[in-house]
Design a protein around this ligand. Sequence first.
Ligand SMILES: C[S@@+](CC[C@H](N)C(=O)[O-])C[C@H]1O[C@@H](n2cnc3c(N)ncnc32)[C@H](O)[C@@H]1O
Length: 448
Amino acid sequence: MAEASRTFHATLFSLPTFSPRFHFKLSYSHSHPSLHLKRARSVQRSISETKTMSLNTTLPWGCDIDSLENAEALQNWLSDSGLPPQKVGINKVEMGKRGLVALKKINRGEKILFVPPSLLISSDSDWSSPVAGHVLKQQNVADLPLLATYLISEANLQKSSRWSNYISSLPREPYSLLHWTRSELDRYLKASQIRLRAIERIADITGTFDDLRRRIFSKHPHLFPKEVFNLVTFRWSFGILLSRLVYLYSMDGKVALVPWADMLNHSCEVETYLNYDKSSQAVVFTTDRAYQPGEQVFISYGKKSNAELLLSYGFVPKQGTNLNDSVELPLSLKISDKCYKQKLKALMKHGLSASQCYPIQISGWPLELMAYAYLTVSPPSMSKQFEEMAAMASNESIIRKDLRYPEIEEKAVQFILDSCESSISKYSKFLKKLKRRLRDMRSGELRA
Ligand SMILES: C[S@@+](CC[C@H](N)C(=O)[O-])C[C@H]1O[C@@H](n2cnc3c(N)ncnc32)[C@H](O)[C@@H]1O
C-alpha cells in the first residue's frame, strides 16, 4: 500500500454511472511500447507538470467529437461484432455534440440497443497484452485503476487491439474538470462547492497514478513504458471512465464500458437507465417516451445536481431544466450565542460541527437542515431540546420525524433565508467580478 499519497483505493469514490445512485468502493488493493506522440495541439488544461510527457501533447488515439470522425467505422465494427440492427444511429446533436438519434419511430416502453456482453469492457476483459494484465491482477490493483490502465494499454496497441474502432471513437479530450488547470478551477469555480471536490478528484488520480508507477510500472518498464503510461494518458483514461462507465445492476453490479450505449446523452427530463436485461441477454434501455425519426434519444445519468454533472461529465444542463439540481447551503452556529458551547457539544455528540452544509433543492430542504436551524435559533430556555435537535440534524435520530417547534419556527426559517442570502451575495459578487472582467476583455484592456 502506498504511503502518504492520495490514491483511489483509499477513497469511497462516488462514481458517476448511467444509473440512479452508485458508490464505488475501491478497496485495494490497484500497458505497451512504441508510442509516438505528436507534439501538436495543446492539451492545455492540465493541473500540474508531468515528468514523462509534455502536457502540450495530443494523444494519438480518440477523435474530435465535434465531428463524426470514426463514427461510421464504429457502427460497422459493432454490427460485425454482434450488435443487432439498430433503431438509432450516431449523429451530430444539439445537446452533447454527438449522440444517438432515432432512425425509425420508437415507441414508449420499447427496449432498444441490445448490446451483447461480448462487447462490454470490464475489469475481467481479456488483455491484448496478457502479461501486463497478469502483473496488475497479481498486485490486486482495484477495478478502476485497472480499467484505466487497460484502456491505455489497448489504445496504444492501435489497430492490433480488438477495441481499436471503439477507442478511435472516444473523445480525445473528454469534457472533464480533470483537464482544468488549478488556476481555471480557482477562477471559474470560485463560488462553487465543487471546486474542492474537483481538486480532490485530481489529487486522487495523480496519487493513484503515482502509486501504480512506483509499485508496478517502474518495476516492469518493458510492459509499462513511461512514454505511454503517464499522467497525461491516465487523465485521459480516467476522464473517459468517469464520464462513460455504466453500473449494471442486474449483472451483480458489474461496472463496464458499454460501446454504443455510451453514445447516449443525458436529459434531466427522462427517467430511464441502462441495464442488463436477462431475457434478451444484452444491455438495453427501456424508453419512457416515444421518439420520432430524427429525434435525439436520451437516458438519465442519474438524479444529479448541476454541480455533480459538471464534476463528472463536464457539462451543465440548460438553466432551470434540472429539477434535481441542488446547492449546498452552509449553516453555522452563531459565536455570539450564549449557548454556543452547549449547542456545539450536542452537535459533536452526533458527529456534527459548528458549521454544516445541507443540500437545498427547488422542491425544498431536508428535515436535518430544519433541525440545525431550530438548534441555532433556540433560546437558553429550550436547552433540554438541544440534544434531540442535534440528533435530528445528524440524521441519526430515531425521534419522531415531524420534529417541530412552533414557537421558534419563524426565527428558524428567517435564519435559513439569511443564510441563503449570504451565500447568494458571494455568487453575485463573483458574477459582478466576472462581468467586469468580460467587459475589460471586450474593450481590449485585458487579453486572455
Ligand atoms: C457518455 S458520453 C455521451 C456521448 C458523447 N456525447 C460523445 O459524443 O462521446 C458523456 C458525455 O457526453 C456529453 N453530454 C452528455 N449529455 C449531455 C448534455 N445533456 N449536454 C451536454 N453534453 C452532454 C458530455 O460531454 C459527457 O461527458
